[in-house]
Write a protein that binds this ligand. Sequence first.
Ligand code: SF4
Ligand code: FES
Length: 251
Amino acid sequence: MDKNISFTLKVWRQRGPKEKGHFDSFQMKDIPGDTSFLEMMDILNEQLVEEGKEPIVFDHDCREGICGMCSMYINGHPHGPATAVTTCQIYMRRFNDGDTITVEPWRSAGFPVIRDLMVDRGAYDKIMQAGGYVSINTGGIPDANAIPIAKKDADEAMDAAACIGCGACVAACKNGSAMLFVSAKVSQLAILPQGKVEAARRAKAMLSKMDELGFGNCTNTRACEAECPKCVSISNIARLNREFISAKLKD
Ligand code: SF4
Ligand code: FES
């Protein structure tokens, strides 16, 4: 059984995208170590509601590392101090009695704050709409083994497809670049025969939308890779750049 901990929680409060924000501090007492981070936020919100105060707005859905909604910047790390997990997969036993835990929203021009810890990640949807799909007419469903795919290619495509679109890569990047996200989405299709045909066009369209939406450029700091909860590799960015150059040469 994990020990209970008491700590100070500093949370970013902001009433809207154009409002000035500030930190509110809360004294959290005797929180069991096996409480998840989001459950701890639920406990705080229940207290706030009981006291007639505004609960803290934050995004969540699956609470099991799948949906990518729980975008919290905890103690200077997107998704908190643990590696390869999302905010919803962090448990309070990771923190110490007497700690101060600071929680902020993603901070990026591409992800404006809606309220408190909730940001608008609709820019990712727009990038996907620009080309993150296969548009060739493939006819009926083929036999599963009709197109042989090398195990290495299947593994690489699956690793890229692990991206949950959470936005931690953008939040971690000093340039606010979405290159890791875009490269994962381009790679998961470009490696497979069905997606290869449109790979160059797709890379060009998605990168151009990324630029248009105000995300920055990649300068290879690898902060995105270090903070990605799904361990998406920056080798995907090299593939994205190759596809982009290929599209430019075709132009
Ligand atoms: S690449 Fe990683 S950090 Fe970026 S959106 Fe995908 S899962 Fe999140
Ligand atoms: S709530 Fe779905 S990944 Fe955290």
